[in-house]
Design a protein around this ligand. Structure first.
Ligand SMILES: Nc1ncnc2c1ncn2[C@@H]1O[C@H](COP(=O)(O)OP(=O)(O)OP(=O)(O)O)[C@@H](O)[C@H]1O
Ligand SMILES: O=C(O)[C@H](O)[C@@H](O)[C@H](O)[C@H](O)CO
Length: 302
């Protein structure tokens, strides 16, 4: 992902900032009467036109707005850290436009996703440890029947997955509500509070777009079907089949995991990534050593 400024930060207002990932380009723009920003995909021809005026000044830009009616909710910032010419990191709190009010949408839950063997647990645990985030493994939320089914080499179907995903959604929602409410309004030290404030990493296959949509709705402000980046963020571990087969065969031979290697193909068949619409998916190279993957995740989205 990289930030390309095609405009300027002007007295706390931004205009024409372009944020792009390899496959998608978004355009932050203003809408009157309030200066809220939201993300819209920029048409390709506009992308070309704009690129002439791109300005790669190394900068730390910070923009904040207060909406005069609801100061607490109308805060929004855009932080852009340009480190080197080629390597830019974006830390951005995206805006949600919801009936005229603004909400901050800093990610609170990071879903590490991908097929079996892509390294979700390995990377997720390391990320959580490094960032001092909480750690959740979706496998721990499967009913016994699902685990038994997979152990027998039978892929789960929709009826098996939906209730499981709904349980995960509810768990994430509790987490998001805890973080939101513990960050303000309380005084004095509460031993539980530190834990409640911690963001979370969830490892979950989340293979299909509709499955991810269930997890997105853990964010109480997420409007289903809108695909506006919210508090749930996805990180996809992209790993080629040869590497996956190697890993799951090795794991099966060691008898370390309930998931047989034979189920990998069924997972690959289901895998669906809609980068065009799903702006909240960050793709990382899953073949690197775990520590490097974690570094990449941190530099891309944290
Ligand atoms: N980046 C990596 N480099 C090398 N080996 C890895 C990497 N990530 C994971 N592995 C190895 O691959 C195997 C699968 O990893 P892991 O259990 O983390 O994957 P997973 O996506 O959580 O799988 P599942 O969905 O089946 O639980 C393990 O043996 C692990 O040690
Ligand atoms: O959706 C699914 O088919 C399952 O969740 C699987 O992805 C397993 O849980 C996981 O891969 C094994 O650890």
């Amino acid at each position: 992902m990289e930030a390309t400024g095609t405009g300027f930060i002007n007295g706390g207002r931004y205009s024409n900032w372009v944020i792009s990932s390899s496959s998608t380009t978004y355009h932050l723009h203003e809408e009157s009467p309030f200066h809220f920003g939201h993300l819209v995909k920029m048409p390709r021809n506009e992308k070309k036109k704009k690129s002439k005026s791109q300005d790669f000044l190394p900068l730390v830009a910070h923009s904040m707005h207060h909406h005069h009616h609801q100061p607490d909710h109308d805060l929004h910032h855009l932080n852009i850290l340009n480190q080197q010419h080629q390597q830019r990191q974006i830390i951005t709190t995206m805006m949600n436009h919801n009936k005229g009010s603004l909400e901050t949408t800093a990610p609170m839950v990071f879903v590490i996703m991908g097929v079996s063997g892509s390294g979700k647990t390995t990377v997720g645990e390391l990320l959580a440890k490094t960032m001092d985030f909480g750690f959740l493994d979706a496998d721990d939320f499967h009913p016994v029947a699902n685990i038994e089914k997979m152990s027998k080499g039978i892929p789960l179907n929709e009826e098996d997955r939906i209730p499981w995903l709904e349980t995960l959604r509810d768990t994430l929602r509790t987490k998001i509500n805890q973080i939101s409410s513990s960050s303000n309004g309380t005084y004095g030290y509460d031993a539980d509070d530190d834990d409640k404030k911690r963001k979370a990493v969830l490892c979950c296959s989340a293979l299909q777009k509709k499955y991810r949509e269930i997890l997105r709705t853990a964010d109480p402000n997420y409007k289903p079907g809108s695909y506006v980046p919210g508090r749930v963020k996805f990180i996809y571990l992209e790993t080629p089949i040869e590497v996956l087969l190697n890993r799951v065969n090795k794991r099966a031979a060691e008898g370390k995991h309930f998931m047989p290697a034979s189920l990998l193909q069924s997972q690959l068949d289901l895998l669906q990534i809609d980068n065009d619409q799903e702006k909240d998916i960050t793709v990382v190279d899953g073949t690197l050593p775990p520590q490097l993957i974690v570094n990449n995740i941190r530099s891309l989205i944290l």
